[in-house]
Ligand binder design. Structure first.
Ligand SMILES: *Cc1c(COP(=O)(O)O)cnc(C)c1O
Length: 417
């Protein structure tokens, strides 16, 4: 008998030919927002217009004092680290499992990133952090992978105990919260990306949040020189003399990008509510099947669901390799099932194994190897990521994806050997 699996010649389950998932959702309202900004101004040198409005709304949304928009999340992280005074001689504990831009700006500042393993959720684990603290440790950076908040209470207990700065890369997790407290407000400062697929998108952009006035001024001096520094730093500030040049980097956001993000921010909570419904539905239906484990949120935790990270359980399917399982899903037409590639444990990347051709001064400071972070590597290897759709009109497609998982799992024996 021939197998019905598409990988073995059967018909695919998902036949929709149009894109399965697009983000951000852009409509007439977004178009009008961009057109009106286009007519008003496409260069903003100070904190005015759409830059001021978006920063104010970000402050209000998060309940913080300061927001600074940047050209990217990478730029936001760079400015945040510089503003927090991280540099040569400082060790900064960072997640081994994150997107590399959480960490790479530290290499440009001379600070030493110290990678730490994740817990079973895939986020930075407090146990491994505690083991990596030395007298040189100055800060701990946490990211919230795929929009699921890290265990902030445990991490904050450690950073408080050791008098370390807690910093967040919340690029996956706009609007996520723990007991009502929004991600990005747990530490000394936070950086966010607003790159294309991120929960809050500007196309390209980012921002820094902080309640600390000095961090705010230094973020401005780092990447927003001249006009903005001259108007925002108090005249009597000891660094006011440097307002014209700042530190000479220019990380300003494009006003058209700010207009897109401002339009999106007004709908973020609505999207997140719809995503939560889809994520719960997908998790419930997929959890009925052997071979895949859906993430479980602790009580009081709201995720942004940048993606739904499923864990493949090879032992439940007679050790069928995840690669083969993934190929079978793709053959069924699940184009949006993803095994994340560039977002991987950093010890698997040449930059963190042999940085010296690009960063000679790091030859004796950063040299990681495969195998260094067993939790991160196992989780990464077994992650199958799904998009989290956000509308009723997507539900038939969601059901087809579930059908495809069921079909592959019910017929997995045909894929063995
Ligand atoms: C996207 C992302 C970044 C980088 O942001 P860009 O806007 O692409 O520069 C940094 N950290 C994490 C966790 C990200 O997902």
């Amino acid at each position: 008998m021939t197998s019905p699996l598409a990988l073995l010649g059967g018909p695919p389950t998902v036949t929709q030919t149009t894109p399965h998932f697009t983000w951000p959702p852009l409509d007439d309202q977004s178009e009008a927002a961009v057109m009106s900004q286009l007519r008003r101004s496409i260069s903003i040198y100070d904190r005015s217009g759409v830059v001021e409005r978006l920063e104010e709304e970000l402050c209000e949304y998060h309940g913080v004092t300061h927001a600074v928009l940047t050209s990217s999340g990478t730029a936001a992280l760079h400015s945040m680290y510089a503003a927090c005074g991280l540099g040569p001689g400082d060790e900064v504990i960072v997640p081994a499992y994150t997107f590399f831009a959480t960490v790479t700006p530290l290499l440009h500042l001379g600070a030493t990133p110290v990678l730490a393993d994740c817990d079973e959720s895939g986020n930075l684990g407090s146990k491994d952090v505690a083991q990596r603290i030395t007298e040189r440790t100055k800060a701990v950076v946490v990211s919230h992978m795929w929009g699921v908040p890290a265990a902030m209470q445990a991490l904050k207990a450690i950073t408080d105990e050791h008098d370390l700065m807690l910093l967040e890369d919340a690029s996956h997790a706009h609007g996520a919260s723990i007991d009502g407290q929004r991600v990005g407000t747990f530490g000394w400062a936070a950086a966010f990306s607003m790159n294309g697929p991120k929960p809050l998108s500007a196309g390209e952009g980012g921002f820094v949040l902080t309640d600390d006035d000095e961090v705010y001024y230094r973020v401005l001096l780092h990447g927003q020189y001249n006009k903005r520094c001259r108007s925002e730093l108090p005249r009597g500030h000891n660094l006011y003399d440097y307002a014209v040049t700042g530190m000479g980097l220019k990380f300003r956001i494009h006003p058209l990008a700010a207009a897109i993000a401002l339009d999106q921010l007004g709908r973020l909570d609505h999207y997140l509510t719809e995503r939560a419904t889809t994520a719960a539905y997908l998790s419930e239906r997929l959890s009925e099947l052997p071979g895949v484990i859906a993430p479980e949120l602790p009580l009081g935790v709201r995720a942004s669901w940048y993606g739904l990270p499923l864990q493949y359980a090879t032992n439940e399917l007679d050790r069928l390799p995840v690669e083969r399982f993934y190929k079978a899903l793709q053959a069924e037409g699940c184009r949006e099932v993803d095994r994340p590639g560039s977002t991987c444990p950093l010890n698997l990347l040449p930059l963190f194994q042999r940085p010296e051709p690009l960063f000679p001064e790091y030859s004796d400071k950063v040299s990681y190897s495969p195998g260094d972070f067993p939790n991160a590597e196992a989780i990464h290897h077994n992650t199958l990521k799904l998009p989290v759709w956000h509308g009723k009109e997507d539900m038939p497609l969601v059901d087809r994806y579930i059908d495809a998982f069921r079909k592959v799992i019910e017929n997995y024996c045909d894929l063995l050997g």
